[in-house]
Design a protein around this ligand. Sequence first.
Ligand code: SOE
Length: 386
Amino acid sequence: MEQVRLGMIGYKFMGKAHSHAYRDLPMFFPKTAKPVMKAICGRDAQGVQQAAKQFGWESWNTDWRELVQRDDIDLIDINAPSDAHKEIALAAAAAGKHVFCEKPLALTLADSREMLQAVEVAGVKHMVGFNYRFAPAVQLAKKLITEGRLGQIYHFRAWFLQDWIVDPAFPLVWRLQKEIAGSGSHGDLGAHLIDLAHFLVGGMTEVIGMNETFIKERPLPSSMTGLSAKGSNDAPKGPVTVDDATLFMARFESGALGSFEATRFAPGHRCTNAFEINGSKGSVKFDFERMNELQVYFTDDADDVQGFRRVLATDPSHAYADAWWPPGHTIGYEHTFIHETVELMQAIAEGRQPVPNFADGVKCQQVLEAVDWSIEQRRWVRIEEL
Ligand code: SOE
C-alpha cells in the first residue's frame, strides 16, 4: 500500500498536531506510505471548515457516522474528547477501517477491552497515541536498556507536572469532568508515564496510590474549552469530578520499583514530563522540556570522569534523527507526532500492527484503574485482579 486515505475526527489541539504530522511526513520520510488527508470532521461547521482549510484537508463534514462509512477512506483518526472514543472506534472497525485513537484509549478498562476486541475481530490495524515514546532521546533510553547497557533495572521514577489549572477561576472545561474525560491528571498525564514505563521497563504487578482534587468547584465555561480557557469567579459554579493530582507506587514484573506523580498543580511546570531510570550499570534521565537530551551515567566510566553526561539525540545513529537536520539541530513536540504517524503508515504498508496499539492502550488502562481501586480501597492492588 503506497498511500493511506485518512478521515479525522476532532480539529482542536490533537487534531492540529496530527494534521501537521500528516502534512510533514511525506517531505521528511518519502519512503513511507503517504497519508492522504481526505476529510476532517467536527461538530461546529464553521470551525471544522476553517480547520480543513488551514490544516490542508480535502473536505470536511459534521457527522462522524457519515465519515466512517466513506469508501474512499482507509483509516479513522480519533481526536475527539475521551467519551467519544469507544463509539467511534467500534463503528470505524465495523466499517473495516484502521483506527488511530488518542489516549487515554477509553473512559474505563471494560470499554478499552471492548475496543481492542472490536479491532481484532474486524482484522484492522490500530494504534493509540502515546507520542512521547517517539522522542529520539526516549528511543535512546530504550536502546540502552534493551542492549543491557544499564544492567539490571532497579528504579523507574517519573513525574508529569503541569500548572494550567492552578487558578481557582480556571473554568470547568471537559477535561475536569469525569463523564467526558474519565479522569483528570491520572488519565491525561499519568497515562503517558505508565506507557513510558511499560515501554522502557515492562509490565507491573501491583500498585498503590493516592490522589486529591484541590479545587472542588469551578466556574462553568463560556465557550472556549481548551487549555488556555479563561473563567470568571462571577460565573455559576459546578463540581470538579476528576483528580487534580494522582501519585502511585508500583512493582514491576522484572523486580524493579516504580514511582509516579501526575499533577496539574505544579506552578512553573508547564509540561514537565520526566523520568529517571537507575540500573546496576548506570542511569538515564529525560525531561521533555529538554526533549533532545538524554542524561546518561555509566558506572564503568573511568573514576576521574564519573558523572552524568548530556547526549544530544540528534546524530544519525539516533532514532528518526537522520530524516531531520544535521547533528545538533534540534527537533520539537510536533516531531513526536510525525514519528508516531511514520510508525502507523509503515505498519499499515507492511501489513503488521503498529506499536503502541490498542493492546498497549488496554494495558495502560488496567494500571490506571488498578490505581483507582487502590485509592478507593486504601490497599495495594495486584494488576491481575482486573
Ligand atoms: C494536557 O494536559 C496535555 O495536552 C495532554 O492532554 C497531552 O496528552 C500531553 O501530552 C500534554 O498535556
